[in-house]
Design a protein around this ligand. Structure first.
Ligand code: ZN
Length: 234
């Protein structure tokens, strides 16, 4: 497939909305489907508030394991081209469903993480946030003595309202919206392309295959993000 560059300089405000497919190309284990994390683990035992209350150490061990699975994963050419665009364009934002920190690792600075990050923990008592280093210690207790939980959205958790508001505002104001590797069927992400369109944005979808939401996009490009993005954002 030959892909015409969108000439990003013609747009005032660009949003890249990325999902599991973006990370999968870096080797990050996916969640659903065969071989996905939730085919091997029961989320009710490892990824919800109830499980954490019953067995905090066990749940934290699972999340340490998830961080270790990220060790060999590196950003790919798609992450790199987004980070590069941010350096030369006045307004580029990444809004991501991923919790692996790959966009930041590639050099992106304006990253809105809808579901939090595995690289942060939060004091269950004070709400204090602590950044984790990839090769550092991953503490389980805060200085105050309370457990530190991963700062991610577990099953049954509310989405962070401030983060959602920020995402909404940026999407409403953009004139180019590019969704990458997201099935887009999970709410509130499902509403993003329409929100972008309501503000008059051109909506582009990059994915390996069609999904239920594909019809909402003005342009649909089929292929790996690591190949399509460098052509598209040239
Ligand atoms: Zn604390």
């Amino acid at each position: 497939m030959t892909i015409q560059s969108l000439e990003p300089d013609k747009y005032n405000s660009i949003v890249l909305f990325t999902g599991a497919g973006m990370s999968a190309e870096s080797g990050v284990p996916t969640y659903r489907g065969a071989g996905g994390i939730w085919s091997r683990y029961n989320w009710e035992e490892v990824a919800c508030e109830t499980a954490f209350r019953a067995d905090p150490a066990g749940v934290l061990e699972f999340h340490d394991h998830r961080r270790k699975l990220l060790e060999p994963c590196r950003p790919h050419a798609g992450h790199a081209v987004i980070a590069g665009l941010e350096k030369r364009h006045p307004s580029v934002a990444v809004i991501t469903q991923n919790i692996d920190g790959l966009h930041q690792q590639a050099g992106s600075e304006r990253v809105i993480e809808l579901h939090g990050s595995l690289w942060r923990v939060r004091c269950t008592d004070e709400g204090r946030i602590i950044d984790l280093q990839r090769d550092g210690e991953w503490p389980r207790k805060c200085d105050c003595g309370a457990w530190l939980r991963p700062d991610i959205t577990w099953f049954g958790d509310q989405l962070n309202h401030a983060v959602m508001r920020q995402a909404d505002e940026i999407i409403r104001g953009c004139d180019l919206f590019i969704a990458v590797g997201t099935s887009g069927v999970v709410w509130p992400a499902a509403g993003f392309p329409q929100l972008a369109k309501s503000g008059g944005a051109l909506c582009v979808e990059i994915n390996t295959e069609d999904n239920e939401m594909s019809g909402l996009y003005d342009t649909r490009l089929r292929g790996p993000a690591g190949e399509v993005l460098p052509e598209l954002l040239k």
